[in-house]
Design a protein around this ligand. Sequence first.
Ligand SMILES: Cc1cc2nc3c(=O)[nH]c(=O)nc-3n(C[C@H](O)[C@H](O)[C@H](O)COP(=O)(O)OP(=O)(O)OC[C@H]3O[C@@H](n4cnc5c(N)ncnc54)[C@H](O)[C@@H]3O)c2cc1C
Length: 361
Amino acid sequence: MGLACAVSLARQGHQLLVLEAEAQVGTGISSRNSEVIHAGIYYPPGSLKAKLCVAGRERLYQFCRERGVPHRRLGKIIFAAEASEQDQLDTIQARAEAAGVHDLRRLSAAEVSQLEPELRCAAALLSPSTGIVDAHALMLALEGELGALGEGQVVCNARVERIEKVSDGWAIHIKGEDGPALVARNLVNSAGLAATQVAELVEELGREHVPEPVYARGCYFSYGRPVPFTHLIYPVPVPGGLGTHLTLDLTGRARFGPNVQWLEERDHGRLDYSVCPSLQPEFLAAARRIWGAIEADALQPDYAGIRPKVRTAAGLAEDFIVSGPATHGLPGLVNLFGIESPGLTASLALGDMVATMLDGD
Ligand SMILES: Cc1cc2nc3c(=O)[nH]c(=O)nc-3n(C[C@H](O)[C@H](O)[C@H](O)COP(=O)(O)OP(=O)(O)OC[C@H]3O[C@@H](n4cnc5c(N)ncnc54)[C@H](O)[C@@H]3O)c2cc1C
């Protein structure tokens, strides 16, 4: 998100630095996800998730085509396993239409078997504009774009640990440096899992503008043998997530996940990314709903990602929170909270939105 914002700001002529705490970019949430380019199907019409996903998706496809970022528009099937789930397909289709996704196609069980002979279901929806992307290649391309624009660069090993309001902007203190490393007119806090803690570094920011972090781990199990599927395959969604689904990477390797595990931990530095092997029966059961012939021994624990959810006074936030000067009253500051899925898909559109908020500042 930081790279996407930086590219949008650099295109407007801002000179900038992307400060990254780690030794390289992309070791956070952006490297631990499903790498799916979402169509924008599930989000409430009018929400930022809906708007930015639909707008961001086409921008992302175009960016990937132009910059040679590996990606593929595979299409996705959302299936109702039982006839009793068919109503949910209607709800998803209606919501998608309202959110601007007009290309969903209803499929009968027979039509599904033609596309995916191994998937048994009562009915399904086909989303032709869903795809996959190599997230690392995307981040490298954004970094390259920033360099090519000549207005900014990424500085690694630069952990922001103090932020002071000064007359002409924000004095940023980096770990290990005496005194502020730089003074910037504008500051975009896109620290992912640490975004709420970074916002708390800004003394002048009213605490009502800093939500509470709530972390939800999503574990993946990968399948070590070839699978007979060519689309991404999703059940109907479950509370907190999209339901354990089958995604394919660009080499055709399949993984199942992510599940939803709410974590007690509130310190982003102590989050546990382990995938417990004892989850195997749960994943196998979910995977069998997609593929009856799956072989248990080839389904192995893989990696986990952690969703940067947040809670405000109104409860658990359902939408991205993009909190700028109009909300909190501090010029030149934008905080990004709760940038969970579809953040990767929405990134270029969200970058443009942030740049517009800071235009003229
Ligand atoms: C399980 C899972 C699956 C997902 N699947 C998808 C998907 O298929 N499609 C999709 O569109 N989206 C998906 N998402 C969402 C997407 O991955 C995120 O929205 C996106 O990666 C968030 O990017 P970010 O830049 O906000 O966070 P990050 O990638 O975590 O970047 C934040 C950066 O800030 C740095 N940082 C933290 N603190 C400091 C500090 N004090 N100083 C300097 N730097 C700091 C971190 O080191 C990190 O590099 C998924 C998310 C999860 C958790």
